[in-house]
Design a protein around this ligand. Structure first.
Ligand SMILES: N[C@@H](CCC(=O)N[C@@H](CS)C(=O)NCC(=O)O)C(=O)O
Length: 214
């Protein structure tokens, strides 16, 4: 069997994995899933039930998006994304995946975290708390197009899908924020050929419709 990726189109973790796979040129079969109905074959490979899940052609299971990025780029990294400022990259991604993501979830899905909060409500305290990270990224960008200067690297790719999610909660508010460099950076990434390529729509994967008779 060839390599397989289980993915969900709108998941920011899956997006970063797909971008690294795309950049590396590795071949794999894309299996699109929905989170409320995960295929048994995915759960058999990775019982923790999150996407992305990548199964290499040797049957090795990669179930963390950052591991997948490192795996793919470790195979082939034509633009040298891994070589750029690895220490600072690690810090920026840790801030994203840790405190920023916590605030993002609590801002966007307030009802999941607070009793008596209507579905669809947002929490502006968490939006405000998340802004510390926006300000840090904006400062990191300065007047450069990417986080580490003129060249895109792992940090940009790993982080922007989450900023996209944040910016989409209240787009009118986002448009008024003072983080001009960050807003330009996000717009640049969303417009990129790489992002458009990994956002193409796939048919939903169903285990049973692919079973063969024997
Ligand atoms: N640490 C994981 C997190 C992946 C993750 O949480 N993905 C979400 C979707 S964006 C998921 O699959 N959640 C499971 C669910 O909602 O059932 C990674 O980096 O790959």
């Amino acid at each position: 069997m060839g390599a397989v990726l289980y993915s969900f189109r709108r998941c920011p973790y899956a997006m970063r994995g797909r971008m690294a796979l795309h950049a590396s040129g590795l071949e794999f079969e894309h299996r699109e899933i929905i989170l409320r109905d995960k295929p048994a074959s995915m759960l058999a490979a990775s019982p923790k039930g999150t996407v992305p899940v990548f199964i290499t052609k040797d049957g090795h299971v990669i179930e963390e998006s950052l591991d997948l990025m490192h795996y793919a780029l470790g195979r082939s990294d034509p633009e040298n994304w891994l070589g750029v400022n690895p220490e600072r990259t690690k810090e920026l991604i840790a801030d994203n995946d840790g405190p920023f993501k916590q605030h993002l979830d609590r801002y966007k899905y307030a009802s999941r975290y607070e009793a008596d909060t209507p579905r669809g409500a947002v929490n502006h305290e968490h939006r405000e708390a998340a802004e510390t990270y926006m300000a840090a990224l904006d400062k990191q960008l300065g007047s450069e197009p990417y986080l580490f200067g003129k060249k895109q690297s792992l940090a940009d790719i790993a982080i922007f899908p989450f900023i996209r999610q944040f910016s989409n909660v209240e787009p009118d508010w986002w448009a008024t924020t003072p983080y001009q460099s960050l807003r330009d950076w996000l717009a640049r990434q969303l417009d990129s050929r790489l992002f458009l390529a990994i956002m193409v729509k796939h048919q939903l994967w169903k285990d049973d419709s692919h079973e063969t008779c024997s």
